[in-house]
Design a protein around this ligand. Structure first.
Ligand SMILES: [Zn+2]
Length: 277
């Protein structure tokens, strides 16, 4: 089957991606770990629909749950990189960014066997002008990246970045999450909060439009979005909206998405688009 759309997961704990809890690394061991149960629920959903995906894996998760990473890889999913501590890349020095990548590769390589070729920055925190970050990724054997969010959002975004998949001058390929202009609206339909908040009928129209334009759907999700058992721990009002809104309806929405469209790992889509074996 030809893979035309990519399904990707940012594999992290609930407290890694919240800007309130992320900086408190010394408190992380006191927070309840919920990533294994949430990911197993997601894996079961993917298996039911025969969807293989890319898991952009946080090094810290792989360090603490190596068996989970092996389970994901054994199920045929692609393992790629999501940094080690879930830091904003644009706030890191080049040396610190390189260390994040190197440390994550050191944890993942023995678990996965084959070297990962994909990367997504935490918080989509790479902009198209940050050539140094792309250079570092290529130095570590990364062939494709999915870190640009080509519209201005609350915490992130690079409105000047191209919306379509594209090859950068140095050869690395970039796959931004799907964003579509519909009339006067610019709709981020690639996943996360927006997928939980927007009605499915509108999302489906957007995906059909992308397909008609010959563009792949680049979709992203986090295991914690499927964790309906967690009741708002110490989060800010903004985080309660962006991280908790619509979790209860998400699984049913994903069932509809998988019934309507076919997905595969981003690495497989990349090989097809870039013409590499
Ligand atoms: Zn993340």
């Amino acid at each position: 089957m030809v893979i035309r759309n990519a399904f990707t997961i940012d594999l992290e704990e609930w407290f890694h991606g919240l800007t309130s809890t992320n900086p408190q690394v010394e408190r992380w061991p006191t927070f309840e770990s919920r990533v294994v149960a949430a990911t197993e629920r997601l894996l079961a959903l993917l298996a039911r629909h025969k969807v293989q995906a890319t898991f952009f894996t946080l090094g810290h998760v792989a360090d603490h749950h190596p068996a989970l990473i092996e389970q994901i890889a054994d199920a045929g999913h692609e393992i790629a990189l999501h940094g080690y501590f879930h830091r904003f890349v644009h706030k890191l020095s080049p040396d610190d960014f390189a260390r994040e990548i190197e440390r994550t590769l050191e944890v993942l390589q023995p678990l996965v066997g084959t070297p990962p070729i994909g990367h997504r920055a935490p918080y989509f925190s790479i902009r198209s002008t940050m050539g140094w970050a792309f250079d570092i990724l290529q130095r570590f054997g990364i062939r494709y990246d999915s870190s640009l969010f080509p519209m201005r959002a609350l915490l992130y975004g690079d409105a000047d970045a191209p919306r379509q998949p594209h090859r950068r001058p140095q050869g690395l390929w970039e796959y931004p999450p799907s964003i579509l202009k519909m009339g006067r609206l610019t709709l981020p339909v690639g996943g996360g909060f927006y997928f939980r908040a927007l009605p499915y009928s509108l999302l489906r129209r957007a995906y059909q439009r992308l397909t008609q334009q010959g563009q792949p759907i680049i979709f992203y999700l986090h295991p914690w979005e499927l964790d309906t058992g967690q009741r708002y721990p110490h989060v800010t009002p903004r985080e309660r909206l962006t991280h908790y809104h619509g979790r209860d309806r998400l699984a049913a929405k994903l069932e509809r998405l998988f019934a309507d469209f076919t997905f595969g790992p981003l690495g497989t889509l990349h090989r097809a688009m870039a013409g590499v074996a």
